[in-house]
Design a protein around this ligand. Structure first.
Ligand SMILES: [Mn+2]
Length: 357
């Protein structure tokens, strides 16, 4: 199968015209063709990517296509600049989240500022109201997060065209049982209503089933969407994982690595119960502490864990004695003003962080 259709789709998505449009017209045949080629591209590389720098490691994108374009503008386009993405390409809550934000912004903008500051006193609250108002006035929230299709097509297309310059790990949103309820299914339905949306949705998710779960950069940095698992002893478990993988059983290491989070106040492990029981918990994966991470890194001769999965205010955050770094690449997603990419050298040293918004 030729890559001509993929080339034309990527050229279109990388064009100036696409960056001015709210949505980019994408033909169903282009998506299906892309899925077939992307699947093959993923299968040609192992379930555990073992690659060398230099590259840029990026966190969650969550359907923010225009911000992804900014990321490439600031960081440089592939294949000249190489990238590893840590998963969560699809939007988190799509239209529902956008509506809620707009509704909240509407009430904030009609309430006199005196009323806000007296009724909801703390300065912090005033600041976040201000921030929401700013993003509303700049009209930059309404366009964010609703272009999962563009994000996925661009990243899969770049993977097909430049397999050794673009690496895409799987996030917990690249699992159909998760993205179905979080806006991605409704986005595909809305855009391909009369054009076989069910097949398109299914084929994209089947493509996700071939994505690698983790990567090791320059034998030093372990990269994964969420983190580690008490059931993940060594990297061979990831190397030996068979694809396609569509089932992520609740208490398996594969599910844990997509869902877990670091916690500075925990030494080893705490299973994440339902958020109703503990608001700190997600209902999947573990909270892992410094002792657990040290043990994992030492056992596998690694130095650092790079992961996404959590929106952090500055775009990146070191935790667990600087052995774990969270990277988030969706600006203005949750009060974070910018997105971040982490620059890594050929030998796997962290050179610094590039911010963009
Ligand atoms: Mn996630």
């Amino acid at each position: 199968m030729s890559t001509d259709l993929v080339k034309s789709l990527v050229t279109k998505l990388m064009s100036d015209d696409a960056s001015r449009k709210k949505v980019v017209a994408i033909h169903p045949a282009q998506v299906l063709n892309l899925c077939t080629l992307a699947k093959k591209s993923f299968l040609r590389q192992p379930s555990l990517l073992e690659i060398d720098g230099p590259l840029r490691i990026c966190g969650d994108i969550h359907g923010q296509f225009h911000d992804l374009r900014t990321l490439f503008r600031v960081g440089g386009a592939p294949p000249k600049t190489r990238y590893l993405f840590l998963g969560d390409y699809a939007s988190f809550a799509g239209i529902t989240k956008i509506l809620c934000w707009n509704l909240a912004n509407f009430f904030i903008s009609v309430l006199p500022s005196v009323c806000i500051s007296r009724a909801v006193t703390p300065t912090k609250r005033r600041k976040s109201a201000w921030r929401r108002q700013q993003s509303y006035e700049n009209n930059d929230f309404v366009d964010r997060g609703q272009n999962s299709l563009e994000v996925i097509c661009l990243l899969l297309g770049l993977k097909v065209l430049h397999p050794d310059s673009v690496f895409l790990l799987r996030g917990n949103h690249e699992v159909s049982s998760v993205n179905e309820g979080h806006g991605f299914y409704s986005e595909i339905k809305r855009r391909f209503r009369t054009k076989g949306y069910q097949e398109i949705y299914a084929r994209i998710n089947q493509t996700f089933d071939y994505m690698p779960l983790a990567g090791v950069v320059s034998s030093k940095i372990f990269c994964v969407h969420g983190g580690i698992s008490p059931k993940l002893r060594d990297l061979d478990q990831i190397r030996n994982m068979r694809r396609p993988k569509s089932n992520f059983y609740e208490k398996s290491w594969a599910s844990d690595v997509l869902w877990s989070d670091p916690a500075d106040d925990i030494a080893t492990w705490e299973r994440q119960s339902h958020p109703d029981t503990n608001p700190r918990h997600r209902g999947a994966g573990y909270l892992y502490g410094g002792v657990a991470l040290d043990e994992f890194l030492t056992r596998n001769d690694l130095r650092l864990l790079a992961r996404g999965h959590e929106c952090v205010e500055g775009g990146y955050l070191y935790q667990l004695g600087r052995k774990c770094v969270t990277i988030f690449s969706a600006p203005s997603y949750c009060g974070n003003s910018h997105g971040v990419m982490m620059r890594v050298s050929r030998t796997g040293n962290v050179l610094g962080f590039t911010t963009f918004k």
